[in-house]
Design a protein around this ligand. Structure first.
Ligand code: ATP
Ligand code: MG
Length: 201
């Protein structure tokens, strides 16, 4: 049975923090493949155009994942009219990848800040829920949160230590806007794409 790790995000733009987290989770959790799934624009959160445009974000994550045979980019959420709830995504993946087992991979910040739509049902479809560490988000606080959030399912939540790389898409957009370099923060092809398409100015 193939074990898939679902790594979702806005990827606006994708950066080495995402790639390093995904690659580390792949190895640490002995997964067969990472599925990189860009969110559609959520109805309540307007992403600024042109950078936030779903097709630009899709193109950039494709460029970022290029050359890594263990990464696969999917349009599962981009092509779904519904709100991008993980539950819907996993339901669709179950039919697209029959016999596969699925785990969610998410950064510590997402777990601490988000609530999850029908978490019990979601956990019913998942093997594990992996939480990757992120600089600035305390693992002690995380452990407490996990316990309070889902006492009965706490054993399904596993923390994955990632080499701390304190960068964010927000910081990268800010740098582009201010004419500063984003070299070594995003893959070269992504950097080139941002400049050629005049994103984040
Ligand atoms: P933004 O600043 O626009 O929110 P971001 O850098 O947080 O962007 P997202 O697309 O929101 O990127 O994140 C996708 C996933 O990657 C989330 O689960 C997030 O926690 C995780 N992630 C992002 N950056 C890092 C990082 N530097 N280290 C570890 N995990 C990260
Ligand atoms: Mg974020």
């Amino acid at each position: 049975m193939k074990r898939y790790g679902i790594f979702g995000g806005t990827f606006n733009p994708p950066h080495y923090g995402h790639l390093l987290a995904a690659q580390t989770a792949l190895e640490h959790c002995s997964l067969d493949r990472i599925l990189l799934i860009p969110n559609r624009i959520p109805p309540h959160k307007q992403l600024e155009e042109p950078g936030g445009n779903p097709e630009h974000r899709y193109n950039m994550i494709l460029l970022a994942a290029r050359g890594n045979p263990d990464f696969q980019v999917l349009r599962t959420e981009l092509d779904d009219e519904r709100t991008s709830f993980s539950l819907y995504t996993v339901e669709k993946l179950k039919t697209e990848f029959p016999g596969g087992s699925f785990s969610l991979i998410t950064g510590a910040d997402s777990l601490l800040k988000s609530s999850w739509y029908r978490l019990d049902d979601l956990l019913g479809l998942l093997e594990n829920f992996y939480i990757v560490t992120r600089p600035g988000y305390d693992t002690g606080e995380l452990a407490e949160h996990i316990e309070s959030l889902i006492l009965k399912n706490a054993d399904r939540f596993k923390t994955v230590p990632i080499p701390g790389f304190d960068i964010s898409s927000t910081g990268i957009r800010e740098r582009v806007k201010n004419g500063r370099s984003i070299r070594y923060m995003v893959p070269e092809a992504v950097e080139k794409y941002i400049h050629e398409n005049e994103l984040y100015l």
